[in-house]
Design a protein around this ligand. Structure first.
Ligand SMILES: [Zn+2]
Length: 169
């Protein structure tokens, strides 16, 4: 994980060297302290959370707090009791599908991207390139990078294994 952060920081540094005007957008997560680029409208703010998990975690937490507060109120308690009444009491086993079982080759599942991350990459790419980069362009690029990364990683792991074979610890 720390290797990944180091790689990210090296990349961030080279971006800031090439595009010094983006320094204004550099900020630090108030929770985990990682540096990241924020949208120019947030430039200069230091109370932001990073898009690598802290922002989402915080959002989830405040939503949970809101809902807990709501269900403590009499109005919310009534609602919850309604919901519980409506819930089926017994476990109903799912019915087996009728008809002959369909046999089909498993399709390769498309990668499920974290949408908050995709949006961050899209925003940063737009900043770096100085034009609007669309979400579909980001997804295309990510798919391409991921393919190359897998090959590169595999090579790195092979090298490490070879090295360990030559020089056992
Ligand atoms: Zn963070």
């Amino acid at each position: 994980m720390s290797a990944l952060v180091l790689e990210y920081y090296l990349l961030l540094r080279s971006v800031l060297r090439a595009k010094p005007h983006l320094r204004a957008c550099l900020t630090r997560c108030r929770h985990c302290r990682i540096f990241f680029l924020t949208h120019p409208r947030n430039a200069g703010r230091h109370n932001l959370r990073c898009p690598f998990g802290c922002r989402q975690a915080h959002r989830k937490q405040t939503a949970a707090q809101r809902s807990a507060a709501y269900y403590r109120e009499p109005r919310g308690r009534r609602k919850k009791s309604d919901l519980n009444q409506r819930r089926p009491r017994k476990y109903c086993a799912p019915r087996p599908p009728s008809g002959p079982p369909r046999v089909s080759a498993p399709k390769p599942r498309p990668t499920r991207w974290n949408l908050a991350m995709v949006e961050h990459v899209r925003m940063v790419s737009s900043l770096i390139e100085g034009r609007r980069v669309s979400t579909s362009q980001v997804l295309e690029m990510l798919a391409r990078v991921l393919r190359q990364l897998t090959i590169g990683r595999r090579r790195k792991i092979d090298q490490t294994v070879a090295w360990l074979n030559e020089q056992p610890p």
